[in-house]
Write a protein that binds this ligand. Sequence first.
Ligand SMILES: CC(C)(COP(=O)(O)OP(=O)(O)OC[C@H]1O[C@@H](n2cnc3c(N)ncnc32)[C@H](O)[C@@H]1OP(=O)(O)O)[C@@H](O)C(=O)NCCC(=O)NCCS
Length: 151
Amino acid sequence: MVIVEVKQEYAGLRKWDEWEVKKADSEKTPADWDRELFAGFASLHVQFPKNREATFGVSILTQWWNNGFGTEVTDWVVQHGFEQLNLHRISLSYWASNAAARTVYERCGFVHEGQKRKTFWLDGGWDDEVIMGILDEDYWKRKKQLGNEPK
Ligand SMILES: CC(C)(COP(=O)(O)OP(=O)(O)OC[C@H]1O[C@@H](n2cnc3c(N)ncnc32)[C@H](O)[C@@H]1OP(=O)(O)O)[C@@H](O)C(=O)NCCC(=O)NCCS
């Protein structure tokens, strides 16, 4: 199991050159330190190593949504899974009405593989579970297309 922690500091750094000067540790206020606290996590779980398949999950605290964290950590874990762990495929699922999850996963190279009907009970109604996956061959093809082929 690989667990990746996302820290709020990254958002501070992301916005740094727009509106603030990065402070030395001795100058930081409690609010500055708060930004370095936990902002979410991602995980990669390998159930049967012989299949070289892992299941991916990600969750970012709501106050940090739409800052690019979900995309950044998903990209990083996918890269780690194929380039360091030598996985063959990464699988995931999300509830069909979760448009932000779909945006992030498609952007990171996952493709729709199927849909289980009425799996999640959400807000007083059923929602489908969407299954997505990315294969090692998809990953390397996409990486080549993006011009990041390893030297
Ligand atoms: C899904 C999740 C991880 C996304 O994290 P995030 O840090 O907000 O992701 P990003 O900022 O990288 O990207 C989110 C994208 O979704 C888009 N988005 C947000 N709400 C949307 C909506 N209702 N419809 C369509 N797109 C939406 C954003 O505009 C953004 O795209 P953009 O960068 O092109 O503007 C986060 O919402 C989350 O943790 N949700 C709860 C747990 C969860 O759903 N986990 C995954 C499925 S199990």
